[in-house]
Design a protein around this ligand. Sequence first.
Ligand code: SF4
Length: 326
Amino acid sequence: MLVREREENPALAAFLDQLEDMQVLGEVLIRKRSKGFELRHSADADALETNLTEYRLADLRKLVDFTSDGRFRPLKAAPNLRRGWRLRLVTASDLANALDRLYPGVLADWHAAREGRAAVTDFRTFMNRQSGMYRVAQQLSDRQAAMTIRACCHPRHCLKRRLWGLEGHSRDVSNDEEGKGIIPCLEPCAILLEFARTAIRLEQTERHRLEMTDEEIETLQTALTEALSKSDSSIRYGDFSAPGNPRRLELALEKLRVDGLEKEGGVKQLSIGAKEAATFRYALAQRDGAAGSAETGGARESRCKLLLEKIDGLVDSGKESEETMG
Ligand code: SF4
């Protein structure tokens, strides 16, 4: 890189200075070559070049916008980048352009965070700026907001590392940063904003107390975790009205964790509304029909069925249609 180029793009210069021969950024493996760089999906690290499709810089848009099953990727840092491609770049500036298309703003944000001069906005400051239909998200309590953030920003859904917290600049609401890379998140994104609006709407439906045994909690946790491990191509990532949306499954799982459960007289209870019940139903129905589990099919089926009946007996989902979520 020439001195003039270094001065014009200090973020790129700093990135190149620390770049190893092979380095992963998000889901992209960057390899230094004798003439330039090669980029490919990190899961394709060992793939033969002949088995990968050669891409050009101009092809990146179609790569980043859609998943392999044709769904739009509203969040470019989501761990669902398509595989099977390879991009050869000659200059450092081409590398900067490619990274910016894969992860918008990544070098500037990474450099600012590294230099300790990134402008970070915490959850409350960000939400307090909202008006119109997003204003309602300000009503999330600290506990609800913490669960919402953990669910939305979980490494299953986003590879960015949060530098902001609930209040102040500390990562005070989560330990979910494990497994994340070096791409910083400086403030809540549009997906989190929309999800926060959904989360408070979920809370604002009529509440019911679902009493559960430890075994039932485990069944539900397993069902939600399994549903999260599958990819339902019929559900758009940004469609939070869908009971089986991955972030809604994640939030349901969060609520089942210790801080989501209330105990009265030793009985574990979960406060749920019709829309949360719909998410539990979605996960249990998937598990009910799951094949190849280590558990015997009959035992699993009857456990899921009993739990479904219990939820149905408590919450009449017909009263609150998913379609009506405002
Ligand atoms: S707010 Fe969360 S989901 Fe959005 S980019 Fe940041 S870490 Fe990712």
